[in-house]
Ligand binder design. Sequence first.
Ligand SMILES: *Cc1c(COP(=O)(O)O)cnc(C)c1O
Length: 371
Amino acid sequence: MHREIYVTRPAMPPFEEYCAEIRDLWDTRQLTNMGEKHRELEEKLKAYLHAPHLTLFANGHLALESAIGALGLSGEIITTPFTFASTTHAIVRSGCTPVFCDIDPDSFAMDVSKIELLITEKTSALLPVHVYGHICDVESIRKLAQKYRLRVLYDAAHAFGVERSGVSAANFGDAAVFSFHATKVFTTVEGGAVTYADPTLEQRLNDAKNYGIRGETCVAAVGGNAKLNELQAAMGICNLRHMDEEIERRAAVSACYRRILNSAEGIVLPEPQPDTRYNYVYFPVLFRDQEMRERVYDGLRVQGIFARRYFYPLTTDFACYRGRPGFDSEATPVAKSIAGRVLTLPLYGGLALDDAERIARSVLNFLAKHL
Ligand SMILES: *Cc1c(COP(=O)(O)O)cnc(C)c1O
């Protein structure tokens, strides 16, 4: 019997490397509040992501809520239902109304040809997601935003290290939000960041993450607490050193899946985007129908292989949103169809190629049995 395989397994630095990195915290006792590790990680990430400005957060979700607040968004925000809970929740928790745009059947990103119809005088922003690390149609989105004077905030939680035509995901839109959760390509255990072009956002983002405290006796804004601590920043500093290696290993696992599954009948593998430095964050497989997807999902589970149905259900189908006006998955039929048919296979740098091959061959077996 093989050991269980989950959809991901966090990359971690060698134990001794992490110990060395946190050693001086035992002397300085500065454990949080934007200490030395925090400053170092911010600088290193700015360089790695080619970000003009970057502010760290305790997690991607609070980064997203803080960015919505810092950009002063209100009213309606056009977004996608084919995403993690965080994207939709952040809009709703910020007092804004999400307006759901259908997705493109090939890229799984917001279908830019359907955005314009959804724009009203209440629309303040577009909040697209670079799903699976595939970069959205950023040029069309930029033109639309310019035409209607909308802000653009990218949920770039999947796009760490991705570059399109040499431009990093940190450079698109007014701001982009990254997640460093343990399940993401780059991790600080929990963590996140906002990258942005306008330096005046910095003060507002800092207010959001540290109670609006600007000096010992000056509290200038009603902020919350969303600070990344020193132990997590140290984890990030270590993991960043091994980042390119991690992405290379993920590329090899993806290539193994692609080699075996490429010509299989009844499935589609999303094409890699041209002229892109990809991060191999997920390996989505699109099945012919939902019944087949569930068969494969259940069959793999029995073998101790835990693939995930990212993203199913659509956020518009969440129990917490049942009956809310505007939350209607029938209005985004492409997203609904894809959510029912997609399965993301286990993918992480530490996944042995033998295991990847075994997983891919199991998928083939289920397909052959049930086609
Ligand atoms: C992971 C994720 C987030 C939230 O990030 P956390 O660090 O888990 O708070 C937001 N959006 C998407 C698309 C994600 O996958």
